[in-house]
Structures are given as C-alpha cells and as structure tokens.
Design a protein around this ligand. Structure first.
Ligand SMILES: [Zn+2]
Length: 389
C-alpha cells in the first residue's frame, strides 16, 4: 500500500460539516490530504500531516471534491445546432427534437458512439467532473437501446435505462404498445447494464400512469427509480417521484407548494439543470424556494445535443448562483455532495476519511471563484482515486 500526501492546499473544501469551519462545505485552510489506495485516509492542517510515501505540493490552491454530474445523456450521435438556432429565433421547445437524435444514434456504429462519448467525458474530466451518470434514450428499440447502456458502462457505473424518453414515431398511434415494449423486452435487454430506471414524465412526454407502469417494471427488474419531471409544465413528475421514493426528480422548473411538501416528506433530491434552461431560453427554477423549504438540491449538466450541449459543471455552478438564487457555497455543495445524494452514494462528493480521493485542484484561491469567474476553466488538475487523470 502506498500513501500520498497532497499538501499546501490553501482552501480544502471537504463537504463534510463535521470538519473545518463547521459550515456545510467543511472548509479547512492551509490544509493537507492523505490518500491511500485511492481513498482519503486523513485530512487536516498541513503542519500536522503524517509521514507518507509520496508528496504532491499544490502551491496554495483551492481543492474541491470532484464534481458529481448526476444527469447526462452521454451517448448519442449527431448534433442539433439548427434546432438551437431556430429556437433562438423564437420557436418553442416541445421535446419533439429528440427524434432527430434518435435517428442519428440508430444509424451510428457502436464504435462511433464510443468515440463521441469519450470526447465528451474528456471535456467533463478537464472541468473537474469525476463521477457522471449516463442515460440511454436515443435507441428506443430492443435492438438499439441496449448498446447505449453497454457503451455508457465503459465510462461509468451510474447507468440509467431511459427507454421512456419519448414515444418514437413508429408508435405515436399506439402509445400503450410502446410502453409495454419498454416494460417488457426492452427493459429485459437493458437491465443487465443499468442501475437506474428513468422516465420523461412531462407534458408531451409520458403521463403519470405510463410513468408508474415503467417505474414498477424497472423496480421489479432490480433498478432504482429517478425521474425527469416538471420541466415543461406543472405535471405529475414530482408527485410520482415522491410516491415511488425516487432518488431524484430532475428539472423541477414548475413546482407547486404541494409538490415541494411531497418531495421533502419522501426525501427525494431535486436536481436542477440550469444549463438546459440557459440553452433553451426558458425560465429558471427557484432553488432558493427549495432550499428554504429544506429540500436537498443537486446540480447537473443534463449534457445532451438538444437542450444542453454542456459538459462543464463550473458553468452550471455559475448559472445556479447567478440565476437560481444560490450562494457559491450552496452551488458547490449541490454540484458535489448533492449529486452524490442524487445517486445515493456516500463515497463521492466529499473529501473525508473513507471517501474516494476524487478531487479537482482549482487555479484559484477559493471555491467562490467558480461562480465569480464564469467562462474560465479554473480546474488545473483532476484526480480520480488519488491519481492525476
Ligand atoms: Zn435529461
């Protein structure tokens, strides 16, 4: 076993409230961290660090937990810049553009999908992401959907079956038959490579009863539920998420007080995706209202070719601070510890003994710079399991 000391950390954000300054970020100054076999085994003042085999001097930088991007549509082919330009010229987003990506993705080879996904993962890593979730949802046949999860599995263990992303063109006259396919043959083919089941439960997508049917089938196959909901309208997504004890309901642009009460009571994380609102020029959700109610908030990119072709969690943090009413500290917590909660993980999103040594070294003296300097990549280095990526 080898131990490595990371020292001369000007500001160490642990996201463990029992450490450091006693805030939710658990900040230590003039600190050090010791990693052993990929795990954090010690954090504390640099002067009191134990002896180790190796040593990395970080020159007074700020170190934060690696970002946990708990909502991405990582694997797809093609791009939709024409749709983006049309939307910026005034056309509303209806969700129908997903069909464009479905056609391109079905036509691509597995290797083309793998190469494109690897480029996106490289961008994410360069901006400090160390864990990402990846959804299927652009195959939508028993032949095409499983390979999206097979490719996703090469990049992450946090894979999500999203056969209920949109009703494909060939089934628009028989939605029931498509939902049956998702719950039957498609689920059976996808479940071996999935940890989660997800449904786009919203106006123009899947209704509450269809959503329940898919979640029930997915859970019976051993998958855990999460949802897209309340993005386009005051739909049933939040209430169904609460009813099923989902780990997270994502988007949440339109919530009633009764939705918030239900999410709080059921312990469902709300994952906000402000880059999608930014890229679709639609109203942002109100994070302040959720935080003040006591709901756990996570932030993620929603990386996808239609509504958020974004890989940068620092951009998401900057948007959350500027547009959702979050403080820099709340946004950083939501992008790390919050994302971990949205994935029901306790080994990531924090830097305390026992956690994975996954972290980003910022070219900045404090975490506030992530929101203070939008558009600059302040991530100087990304470490996963204690090793430079
Ligand atoms: Zn999404």
């Amino acid at each position: 076993m080898t131990t490595t000391l990371f020292t001369d950390i000007g500001e160490l954000v642990t996201c463990d409230a029992s450490l450091g300054d006693g805030t939710a970020l658990g900040i230590l100054r003039d600190a050090a961290l010791v990693a052993e076999d990929g795990r954090v085994v010690w954090v504390g003042p640099a002067k009191g660090a134990p002896a180790t085999d190796g040593r990395v001097d970080l020159g007074g930088a700020c170190v934060v937990p690696g970002f946990v991007d708990s909502h991405t549509h990582l694997v797809f082919a093609g791009e939709r810049s024409a749709e983006f330009a049309a939307r910026m010229a005034g056309e509303p987003y209806t969700g129908g553009g997903i069909a464009t990506t479905v056609a391109a993705t079905r036509a691509a080879t597995a290797d083309q999908l793998r190469v494109a996904a690897a480029l996106r993962v490289a961008e994410m890593t360069a901006s400090g992401t160390t864990t990402l979730e990846a959804k299927s949802g652009y195959g939508l046949t028993v032949a095409h959907e499983p390979r999206l999860l097979e490719v996703s599995r090469e990049f992450t263990d946090e894979t999500t079956f999203l056969g209920a992303h949109v009703v494909p063109a060939e089934y628009v006259r028989d939605r029931g038959a498509y939902v049956d396919l998702v719950c039957g043959e498609m689920l059976a083919a996808c479940a071996p490579n999935a940890r989660w089941v997800d449904v786009f439960c919203d106006e123009g997508a899947f209704d509450a009863e269809e959503t329940r049917q898919v979640l029930r089938a997915g859970m019976a196959a051993g998958l855990m539920p999460r949802l897209h909901g309340n993005q386009l309208a005051h739909g049933s997504g939040a209430l169904v998420a609460a009813e099923f004890g989902a780990a997270s309901v994502d988007h949440c642009n339109y919530l009633l007080d009764t939705d918030i009460e239900a999410l709080l009571a059921a312990g469902v994380v709300t994952t906000l995706l402000p880059a999608a609102d930014f890229c679709t020029r639609t109203p942002y959700p109100d994070a302040r209202r959720l935080l003040d109610a006591g709901v756990t908030v996570a932030l993620a990119t929603d990386c996808n070719p239609g509504t958020s072709y974004v890989t940068s969690m620092p951009l998401v943090i900057a948007l959350a601070v500027r547009e959702l009413g979050m403080t820099p500290a709340e946004a950083l917590w939501a992008a790390t510890a919050g994302g971990a909660k949205a994935l029901r993980r306790t080994d990531i999103g924090r830097l305390a003994p026992g956690a994975r040594a996954d972290f980003a070294v910022l070219d900045a003296p404090s975490h506030a710079h992530l929101a203070y300097r939008p558009g600059s990549n302040l991530v100087g280095a990304t470490y996963r399991l204690g090793a430079l990526v």
